[in-house]
Write a protein that binds this ligand. Sequence first.
Ligand code: SF4
Length: 229
Amino acid sequence: MSAAHLSLRKIIAQLAAHYGKPQPSITTDPFELILLENIAYLVNDERREAAFKMLRKHAGTKPHQILAASPDDILRATKLGGMHPEQRVSRLKEIALIAMNEFGGELKPALKLPLAKAKQALRKFPGIGEPSAEKILLFTRSYPVLGLDSNGLRVLLRLGFGEEKKNYTATYRAVQEAIRDDLNEDYDWLIGAHILLRRHGKELCKTNRPLCEQCPVRKSCAYFQKQKA
Ligand code: SF4
């Protein structure tokens, strides 16, 4: 099955019917989204959010608050976020320093730059590549782009949107190109699509041994058809 026969809208509707209404993100503030991305490593979303809430409570989540906080207060939060918590204390301090030095402590004006420059600005922060920059632009409702995490990317590839290329960036762009005509400027739909594709990749369309027999979109899936054949 080629991507030309696939309807992303239909697939997202089927995923929404299966998983229910997507839960909104814990924050839509750009600086907090960068902190959220960096506060944890290889833990589930619940642990990541718990670490983030702990940071909010004991250190604060504004650049000047992170800079003023004691390393121990930040460590209380990063310890909830998995291995190497001390490294993430330094990283959060570095993030706050970049925000102060390069953006005067306020990121929102940078998100109003033309798209390529807004992405470039966000990519100055550690842990923020093109996919995360697009996610931040989407979640802050700055640009209607469907940023995809690795789960969402895997799901779309298996379904038949785009194809694997020689590296992650090239694959990401191939998938983005394949879904381009199916996108619109509806932020609610785009944010929902991001969340549902990610959830599907984590719960059923796992990296190893996807649970295709339980999958609500298997009839449209190139990977599933190939396995059956
Ligand atoms: S059928 Fe299998 S491979 Fe295809 S989207 Fe569903 S879980 Fe993923």
